[in-house]
Write a protein that binds this ligand. Structure first.
Ligand code: PMP
Length: 405
């Protein structure tokens, strides 16, 4: 028998549910992909339309990105076998940091092995027990984990509510230390966009620092595809900007960009940077090539394509009576959430969609609040108009098939 600490952890709601659904062969989780991810994917033995990936620009299977990864691996090997601080910094890491800094017109950047480790390492390096971190109620788990590791006081404000942030900042300022506000640009599950200009103003008025997680907004918003802060015209007012290379940029990794003093602080105290092996040569080389494409005029076209496809799919779903829930104030979002509410119907609908020939994401607690289980439909520049029409029909039919649940 496994030790009781193992049995206890396996008996929790989500682990138990994942195991049960697997047994019943109805699981939306950890299905095995048998091919690269593009407009479609081989899911086990079925080719399905892929509407559940973060491959917004369609770069994850781009031949130039794949060639760059190949060159990286041939020149620098399969792994660096060391942390960035010691033997794990190869020329590719330096190149990508220079490219990111140039992209942002910023003094410096620092590459991490993932967006998750960038958030956890950065937040825990900057904040300490005396400080307060104020986060949006829907902020990503890596932000929360970073705050917990830092030991700082954690205060929440209501999702995207500037009024709620104002109230919480008044409370935060009563503490003895400094205050950092952290928001996502584009919220990964609900597809909503942060009211960033107002949030930045409020931070300034209150002397609080602001950090923005651009994991999902990178590559698709802003004149130069640098994310939501650029689109909102507040890039220069953001104190700490974090990006992920694992979504629109078709690789794996994360980064922080900003002043040199920030990188000085992180190189010497971000534990995820110091105590973990650096990103593999293939992933860094792939990401560097993806950034080059994203920065170019071609990137502009790709971003415009995702935008157009997202607006088209939202309209097609609307015509079929499928409500898309995102809170975007008229802006577009590549993430179209179809709110179902109950976990049971969400899972049943997901299975119907798969039977219909498409894969979409599923979001359940703790990724979203308990009563807000949803299907996360994600658009990519790789999708054709036919793909969009087909998935809209598949989703409509699946909702009809599960209407009684
Ligand atoms: N921030 C947000 C908002 C995310 O959605 C994610 C990934 N789900 C991350 C950070 C972590 O990035 P990565 O996948 O590169 O670790």
């Amino acid at each position: 028998m496994p030790h009781k600490i193992i049995q206890r952890a396996a008996a929790r709601h989500l682990p138990k549910l994942i195991a049960e659904l697997k047994r019943k062969e109805q699981s939306p989780f950890m299905r095995t992909m048998q091919s690269e991810t593009g407009a479609s994917v081989m899911l086990e033995d079925q080719r399905v339309l892929m509407f559940g990936s973060n491959n917004y620009l369609g770069l994850a299977a781009d031949s130039r990105v794949l060639h760059a990864a190949n060159r990286g691996i041939h020149e620098f090997g399969s792994a660096t076998t060391g942390s960035r601080l010691l033997n794990g910094s190869v020329r590719l890491h330096v190149d990508i940091e220079e490219r990111i800094a140039q992209w942002y017109g910023a003094p410096a950047a620092l590459a991490f092995t993932s967006g998750y480790t960038a958030n956890v390492g950065t937040i825990s390096a900057l904040m300490s027990r005396r400080d307060t971190v104020v986060v949006d109620a829907y902020a990503h788990a890596s932000i929360i984990d970073g705050v917990r590791l830092s030991g700082a006081r954690l205060l929440w404000f209501d999702h995207n509510s500037v009024d709620s942030l104002r109230t919480v900042l008044a409370e935060a300022k009563e503490g003895s230390g400094d205050v950092l506000v952290i928001v996502d640009g584009l919220y990964s599950m609900e597809g909503s966009l942060s009211p960033l200009a107002d949030i930045v103003d409020l931070c300034k008025q209150n002397g609080a620092a602001i950090m923005v997680d651009e994991a999902h907004s990178l590559g698709i918003y802003g004149e130069n595809r640098r994310g939501w802060a650029e689109e909102c015209g507040v890039l220069d007012d953001v104190d700490v900007l974090m990006g992920s290379l694992s979504k629109g940029l078709g690789s794996t990794g994360g980064f922080i960009v900003g002043p040199e003093e920030l990188m000085v602080a992180l190189r010497g105290s971000a534990r995820s940077f110091i105590f973990s092996t650096s990103a593999t040569p293939s992933s860094v080389a792939a990401a560097n090539e993806a950034i080059r494409i994203t920065m170019s005029d071609e990137g502009k076209v790709l971003a415009a394509n995702v935008q157009e496809s997202s607006r088209t799919l939202a309209a097609l779903l609307g015509e079929r009576g499928v409500k898309v829930e995102s809170n975007t104030n008229g802006q577009w979002s590549p993430i179209l959430p179809v709110l179902i509410g109950s976990e049971a119907r969400t899972i049943a609908t997901w299975n119907e969609i798969l039977r219909g020939g498409a894969y979409v994401g599923v979001a359940m607690h703790p990724a979203v609040p308990r009563d807000r289980a949803l299907l996360r439909v994600c658009v990519s520049a790789a999708h054709s108009p036919d793909d969009l029409a087909k998935v809209a029909d598949v989703i409509r039919n699946a909702l009809d098939a599960t209407a009684d649940l």
